[in-house]
Design a binder for this molecule. Sequence first.
Ligand SMILES: C[S@@+](CC[C@H](N)C(=O)[O-])C[C@H]1O[C@@H](n2cnc3c(N)ncnc32)[C@H](O)[C@@H]1O
Length: 297
Amino acid sequence: MPEQQDQIYHQPVLLDEVIRYLDLKAGGTYLDCTVGGAGHLMAMLKRTQDTTFIGIDCDPDAVAYSRELTSAYSKRCYLIEDNFINLDLILDKLNIGGVDGALFDLGVSYHQLATPSRGFSYEREGRLLMNMSPVTESLSDRLRRVRKNEIIKVLKEFGDVRNYRKLGQRIYDARRNLHSTLELRRLVEDSVPRRFLKKNLQKVFQALRIWTNDELSNLSQALPTAFQRLGKEGRMVVISYHSGEDRIVKRFFRQLKVSGKARLLSKKAMKPSDEEIRENPRARSARLRGAEKCASS
Ligand SMILES: C[S@@+](CC[C@H](N)C(=O)[O-])C[C@H]1O[C@@H](n2cnc3c(N)ncnc32)[C@H](O)[C@@H]1O
């Protein structure tokens, strides 16, 4: 079992909305492309009887945890450790042509953030890793060969970081000696006024995580593949937590709508209620969008 730091692996976000939007059909086949702690997946399994689920996660901890949690459903729930950009290969290997729905709940799980040895958190000491999958290069390794302009661009475009040039220069200068999360934190502390510190730490760590895991390009690559695998009236639901992610989803769905290939399940992105945010503050940046493939497409 994975290293477990806290009781809760992950609290699923917008759970009722995901289930309503996916409109699970008896006998159907559904993809959960980001299984995490199987919060959404377990809820879907419990609400269905003869519906099949394929769950994907690139993090072996997530797959191990979810496999145990969903063991009672192993006859209709297949869990695969892989990157969702390999969706076509995964489905081909399972001999599955089309699916009735696909869920992407992007970003990191609470477990990943709360496990110091994974290096995602600016609050806890850990090696500067941040790679979700063991086949992805860690942040400290990637930094070692980064060009200065690239690190500045990452901080600006993925993080909208204050003083991105100054901080980018500092990270670049320290790049061969940056081994831990708290070393990176100290660089940010030295570059940003106190009153902006917390927000900036969040932004810097999020930007570097997105870069380490190629999150935006993975998303851009996977959305068309997942849509192509949907059967007629199949549905796609995406929850994003970063404006760059949501922009990609919004544009992708808009193109599908304009070309008559899909209809949008709501005009605007859906946000968690105040009550959900009170209970789970990490849900506050979530934006859910859904689309249904047109019967004629
Ligand atoms: C927000 S969590 C999902 C939480 C899950 N819905 C739940 O209810 O427990 C996101 C998960 O997506 C996984 N992930 C992120 N990018 C991925 C990718 N390109 N391929 C596969 N899994 C990915 C992460 O490892 C993480 O476990």
